[in-house]
Design a protein around this ligand. Structure first.
Ligand SMILES: [Zn+2]
Length: 215
């Protein structure tokens, strides 16, 4: 009788171990990509400081006109090893989305503005102003045709959607990221409250076992 019980115990133990290893193998890694749009601006410097403190690299989708105003800040962002993506030259929806030709011209103007500051820039990532969610395939193809890959987001601090306190921005980031293993979080370096929320956001995802990555 004892032997049978031992046998059952060993079998169930083996079953558990194999289940666990299988489970571990299929579990996708937990990753978060912090993305900041609409800069560079003076506030970007504060964000860079926080990121440096935690040794985290992020992605900055920059606007051409802002690059021309703050070339040194873009240069610093790039030299610190963050990813630089394009986010239009003018950021004026009406103009950018009037025709595909206008859109492509705007992307290239942004690219040239960045290239002027960072001669060895070879980045080819893009974020549509407002995201690609409501755009036609034809519009999206215009950017793909230029050789760019575009990224939206699946979580947001919602910092461009109203006047949120730093704590509310933090809560928005947490709530919109629930149950996601790969998070692309939207924030804007032009919104000072995001800087104040950033440490709490970082700590939350570090505690949750997420790895911070750049696009
Ligand atoms: Zn934007």
């Amino acid at each position: 009788m004892k032997k049978i019980i031992y046998f059952i115990l060993i079998i169930s133990l083996l079953f558990c171990v194999s289940c666990k290893s299988k489970h571990n193998k299929t579990l996708p890694p937990k990753e978060i990509y912090l993305t900041f749009d609409d800069g560079p601006c003076n506030n970007t410097l504060k964000i860079l400081e926080v990121l440096e403190k935690y040794d985290i690299k992020a992605t900055f989708f920059v606007v051409g006109t802002m690059v021309e105003k703050h070339p040194d800040i873009l240069k610093k962002t790039y030299e610190l090893g963050h990813s630089v993506g394009l986010h239009s030259y003018s950021h004026i929806y009406k103009k950018i989305y009037s025709t595909n030709q206008e859109l492509q011209q705007d992307v290239l103007s942004c690219y040239n503005a960045v290239k002027k500051v960072i001669p060895d820039f070879s980045g080819a990532i893009y974020r549509f102003p407002g995201g690609s969610f409501n755009l036609t395939n034809n519009t999206k193809q215009a950017v793909l045709d230029l050789g760019f890959t575009y990224y939206d987001w699946n979580a947001s601090t919602m910092d461009s959607e109203g006047k949120f306190t730093p704590y509310e921005l933090y809560k928005n980031a947490v709530n919109t990221s629930l149950n996601k293993n790969k998070i692309i979080l939207l924030a804007h370096d032009t919104k000072p409250n995001v800087t104040l929320a950033l440490e709490d956001i970082i700590k939350h995802f570090l505690n949750g076992g997420y790895t911070f990555k750049k696009l």
